[in-house]
Design a binder for this molecule. Structure first.
Ligand SMILES: Nc1ncnc2c1ncn2[C@@H]1O[C@H](COP(=O)(O)OP(=O)(O)OP(=O)(O)O)[C@@H](O)[C@H]1O
Length: 296
């Protein structure tokens, strides 16, 4: 089933561009996502208050934050896409738009299948134990009680939270909570899995296991979107990257190319180091056939 979330009715032109051999799972067509901040948060300060008094306004007006501005892309089944960009560039907002939690003020998002958003702030109930949250989280994802019973041990083991599972989640460290959320959400294959920074919180060993799990989810035919500030995680996990700045796409393409360009702009030292590493690796591989023939 194709689901559409849009600001106003639009002709679904992008769908007709699909290639025969690949299945599009998410189509974003000129998407704009805007937050409206109302009342007292919109404008503060003495001058604004005085203006309101003079103009006899009881409440200040609405302010808009245009977090995503005219974003278009097509995601295909089997892809893992990293969303990168500086703070406030609109990555999480775009993910929430794909998840259907925000409606575009303009443009449309079409999804084939059910998107599942896995965020660090995903809603589990902090006063309940990990055990209860596993059960509720799995049921909420559409599993049957038998499915839950079957997967329960695997989820506990994957999360690595040990006996903390019987304690309320508000007794967990933020890393433990994030690990449990990831373990619950990734225990089921999703048509479209949206991950917001979840991997950044675990330790190195958990990150390695999560990367493996994401690769597995990809093989099970889903599409994975990953928001991360860690370019290393995006490099290890994604084959495509979308770079956002101020709510607009700067670049969309193969991970290496996009990350190189991003680093050139935001972290030139790392970009130079990576170039040098590649040059040395290139030299080594150019030399190796000679060495083989010399020894062979
Ligand atoms: N609930 C909200 N209400 C109002 N404005 C918001 C809200 N959430 C985000 N914004 C604003 O939208 C813009 C994009 O924020 P968003 O969280 O999507 O960026 P991001 O790239 O994910 O940032 P970060 O890397 O810091 O997590 C920012 O200007 C932010 O202040």
């Amino acid at each position: 089933m194709v689901t559409c979330s849009s600001g106003r009715p639009r002709r679904n032109t992008a769908v007709t561009e699909q290639r025969e051999d690949r299945v599009p799972t998410v189509i974003a067509d000129n998407v704009h996502l805007t937050y409206k901040i109302s009342g007292r948060y919109a404008k503060r300060g003495g001058a604004a208050a005085l203006a309101r008094t003079v103009m006899r306004q009881s409440t200040p007006g609405m302010r808009e934050v245009r977090a995503v501005r005219g974003v278009s892309f097509t995601a295909w089944r089997g892809e893992a896409i990293g969303l990168i960009g500086p703070n406030g560039s609109g990555k999480s907002t775009l993910l929430r738009g794909v998840a259907g939690l925000l409606t575009p003020s303009e443009g449309a998002i079409y999804t084939l299948g059910e998107p599942a958003l896995l965020g660090v702030n995903a809603a589990l109930i902090s006063t309940m134990s990990g055990e209860r949250n596993i059960t509720l989280g799995c049921l909420a994802m559409g599993m049957t009680p038998d499915d839950v019973a079957e997967r329960y041990d695997g989820i506990c083991e994957f999360s690595g939270i040990g006996e903390f599972v019987s304690l309320p989640m508000n007794a967990y460290s933020s890393g433990m909570g994030a690990r449990l959320r990831f373990a619950i959400a990734s225990s089921k294959s999703h048509d479209i899995l949206l991950i917001d920074e979840a991997l950044a919180t675990g330790d190195a060993e958990f990150r390695a296991r999560s990367e493996e799990r994401i690769q597995q989810l990809r093989k099970e035919a889903g599409t994975v979107f990953l928001v991360s500030h860690s370019l290393g995680v995006v490099r290890a996990t994604c084959d495509r990257a979308i770079w956002l700045e101020k709510g607009e796409i700067v670049m969309d393409g193969a991970t290496e190319e996009v990350l190189d360009a991003y680093e050139e702009r935001h972290d030139p030292k790392s970009a130079a180091r990576h170039r040098e590493q590649r040059r040395l690796a290139g030299e080594a591989s150019a030399k190796s056939p000679t060495q083989v023939s010399a020894t062979g």
